[in-house]
Design a protein around this ligand. Structure first.
Ligand code: PMP
Length: 353
């Protein structure tokens, strides 16, 4: 750190992304990527866009917005596209949180919310999940501030019904509610239709998981026209070209290829449920994850111990040291073959104990 860094950034604890080691080939089940290739249409459109890379991209990403608008049944004025959904989430912290309006989010959730609050110098309040890891939305109503809920939540994978979020919106029309739907395509229920009724709702989604474009960095927000204008004000004040043209083309191709998208999601869901039953058989307990990951623990093996034993055998999963969840590991649902190897390896580790 240099002596020039301002105090706010110097005090910041940066987000730690999941490991991307290059020392050996691992079965990577630690960052919730898709085991599938991006859609053939996405790849074709991205490839043909490469030859236009001497030109800046369309800052409005019109084609991509139109494709998302069709798939979400919303207007283009209700959508913003960003460099991963991380960017639209950060925009929301920048736009709506301040000393009078802290960020409210669960104590166990996506780790970036805390970082975005600190980065933007806004107060935050972490609201404990219930003992069973579910979110008690009534707790949020007791506090002032902007609400950030991942639905399904990470790393628990637990989903709230849309009706519960609608109740929250109904009772809180004067504050912004952000619903992060990074994992919604694996069995959750989207709040996007509620945007037509509630002008204080921002729903964010990503192309990184269900659309197999994590490396493209593409996400989007859906909200009332006013909220989208707010977020665009930030986008045009930071980086109007936040989505590069190759990624925009890939995203458009993906949105035009719903058949492929659906098939991939169905496969992940099937494999997830298969892996759940296998791990239960091996003595694991777990949440009823509706995401593309499992959140599991075993009475006889500590969370970190299992993480290290798997790593030693060439399988990466995600372990969090936070006290409430340190007995657990979050395991991405990979291909069926990868999950068969995982189950077999875990079986061996359990037998050795
Ligand atoms: N929200 C949640 C809950 C996530 O787990 C992630 C991925 N780490 C994101 C948002 C951001 O994803 P991306 O920036 O790749 O769209």
């Amino acid at each position: 750190m240099s002596k020039f860094l301002n105090a706010r950034i110097a005090a910041l604890t940066a987000y730690v992304p999941g490991e991307q080691p290059k020392d050996q080939k691992y079965i990577k089940l630690n960052t919730n990527e898709s085991p599938f290739l991006p859609s053939p249409k996405a790849r074709k459109m991205a490839k043909s866009e490469l030859k236009k890379c001497m030109l800046y991209p369309d800052p409005d990403c019109k084609e991509l917005l139109s494709a998302i608008a069709v798939n979400t049944d919303m207007g283009v004025e209700n959508i913003i596209v960003t460099n991963g959904s991380d960017e639209v989430l950060n925009f929301a912290f920048m736009a709506y949180c301040d000393e009078n309006s802290p960020a409210l989010f669960p104590d166990i959730t996506y780790g970036f919310y805390k970082v975005f609050a600190d980065l933007n110098g806004v107060p935050k309040k972490e609201i404990p999940l219930k003992a069973d890891f579910t979110i008690d939305l009534a707790e949020y109503e007791r506090e002032e501030g902007v609400i950030f809920i991942a639905n399904p939540n990470a790393p628990t994978g637990l989903a709230l019904p849309v009706s519960a979020i609608e109740k929250l919106l109904q009772a809180n029309p004067e504050r912004v509610v952000v619903v992060d739907e990074a994992y919604v395509d694996f069995g959750g229920e989207s709040c996007i239709p509620l945007v037509k009724k509630y002008d204080n709702l921002l729903v964010t989604q990503t192309f990184s998981k269900s659309r197999a474009l994590a490396g493209g960095r593409l996400g989007f927000g859906v909200a009332s026209k006013g909220i989208i204008e707010d977020l665009n004000r930030i986008k045009y004040s930071t980086n109007p070209y936040n989505v590069n043209r190759v990624t925009a083309a890939a995203g458009t191709g993906s949105m035009l290829d719903n058949g492929y998208f659906k098939k991939c999601c169905e496969k992940i869901i099937r494999t997830r449920e298969w892996a759940k039953s296998q791990l239960r058989y091996l003595g694991f307990t777990m949440t009823d994850s509706k995401a593309n990951f499992l959140f599991v623990k075993h009475d006889k093996i500590g969370g970190e111990e299992l993480y290290l034993a798997l790593k030693e055998r060439g399988i990466l999963v995600r372990h969090f040291s936070q006290e409430r969840i340190c007995d657990y590991n979050r395991i991405t649902v990979g291909s069926r073959k990868e999950m068969e190897i995982l189950v077999k390896t875990i079986g061996e580790i359990v037998c050795e104990r």
